[in-house]
Design a protein around this ligand. Structure first.
Ligand SMILES: *Cc1c(COP(=O)(O)O)cnc(C)c1O
Length: 391
């Protein structure tokens, strides 16, 4: 599609697939990745040209699969800021605040790409399971593109997510179960409803959108990378996507090794990747009875588990689980001391960073980037109880 896409590729077998037709999983049921003519991108684009472009992830269009400008769906994306934490933690930590994107989360990056490609390929109706933020981003970008969307959410998804998704034009259905149960409904309804499944990593393009976090971070740091990245990991698209971005930039000679250590952060109530990492496994067993306040990372089984584990290990990183109590404590301390209200998933990365400083897994002099993937305003917050009588 793009002038620079060479082909699609199965992430597990390496099998090549054509890039000009609707694609879901590969023949063996694994995620499919987009490959580019990186030499041609390097020949037609340089860092100075890029620096003159306006903000937002479409500035990286050469690295993305959408070729025609009229196919790029936009809701006014911005380059998300890097906010240093000065008081709530020691060491050297910067938050990449993804809550500033349209629909208030970084799911906008992936869904903008998936919806743009869906429209370019002639699809009409998209469906997905969602813990909240992905559904909202799908709804907004699909409506913007004139496509239908249907979203299945666990019954206890934060109410604001259900409402915003519906208001933005999606059909929203509550499911008495977890995200994996929702996913079953999407798969089962595919034939009957003729919708296309845009679940995490079940089509090739959401990850390309998430990849822009890595491109953007590198550009913001003057084409350097931090020492370590803490990422709240559910389906893992962001972690895999950033790792792909760094490898593409490295192959083009735009950044030098060493690449950052990638740290997957999960909640103790749902930590399949942490368990698999610690056990030295290459795949993760599904987590039973998943529960955590950090809804976005309540993913008991991730189809890209082997890619997440690969990226962590290749980068020399690690995986860490934190408790809900630590998450909520980190959220309130960061808000109170540094004025930054993180989402629970973002706060989980702060809790994990703190724990890693204590164990020495990360040095205080290491530059750590923590991903706050949604605005804290989307989540239930503590009630104010203090009051005074008016008269
Ligand atoms: C979806 C989501 C995550 C997890 O992202 P993945 O890339 O799917 O692992 C983390 N935090 C928030 C706020 C999310 O919405």
């Amino acid at each position: 599609m793009s002038n620079y896409v060479s082909h699609l590729e199965c992430s597990a077998s390496g099998e090549r697939l054509p890039s000009d037709s609707v694609t879901g999983l590969s023949g063996i049921g694994k995620p499919v990745l987009v490959r580019y003519h990186l030499d041609q991108i390097a020949a037609s684009l340089d860092k100075k040209m890029l620096a003159r472009r306006s903000g937002g992830f479409w500035r990286y269009r050469e690295f993305l699969p959408v070729d025609r400008p009229e196919h790029r769906i936009s809701l006014g994306e911005v380059m998300t800021p890097l906010v240093d934490l000065k008081k709530c933690v020691s060491g050297h930590a910067t938050v990449k605040d993804e809550g500033r994107l349209p629909t208030g989360s970084f799911k906008a990056r992936g869904l903008a790409l998936a919806v743009s490609m869906a429209r370019a390929l002639g699809l009409k109706h998209l469906a997905m399971p969602s813990n909240g933020n992905a559904g909202a981003a799908l709804a907004a970008y699909a409506s913007r593109a004139g496509l239908r969307s249907t979203v299945f959410c666990p019954d206890d998804t934060p109410e604001i997510n259900l409402s915003e998704t519906q208001l933005q034009g999606a059909e929203v259905l509550r499911v008495d179960g977890l995200i994996n149960d929702c996913a079953r409904f999407v798969v089962q309804g595919t034939k009957k409803n003729a919708w296309f499944d845009v679940s995490t990593l079940k089509e090739p393009y959401r990850i390309e959108g998430k990849k822009t976090m890595g491109l953007e971070l590198a550009e913001q740091l003057g084409w350097q990378t931090p020492d370590v990245i803490f990422y709240p990991t559910g389906g893992g698209t962001g972690l895999i996507g950033m790792w792909k971005a760094f490898q593409e930039l490295q192959a083009m000679g735009w950044i030098d090794a060493p690449l950052p250590r990638m740290v997957a952060v999960q909640a103790q109530g749902c930590a399949p990747i942490v368990r698999a990492f610690d056990a030295g496994l290459s795949h993760a067993e599904p987590w039973e009875n998943a529960h955590t306040v950090a809804a976005g990372i309540r993913v008991p089984a991730a189809i890209g588990d082997f890619m997440i584990l690969n990226a962590i290990r290749e980068s020399g990183g690690f995986a860490l689980a934190v408790s809900d109590a630590e998450i909520l404590k980190a959220r309130s301390e960061c808000a109170e001391k540094d004025g930054l209200l993180m989402c629970p998933e973002g706060a989980a990365t702060l809790a994990a960073y703190r724990a890693s400083l204590e164990t020495g897994q990360v040095a205080a002099t290491d530059h750590a980037v923590l991903f706050n993937c949604a605005t804290g305003l989307k989540y239930p917050l503590p009630k104010v109880t203090a009051h005074v009588e008016a008269g």
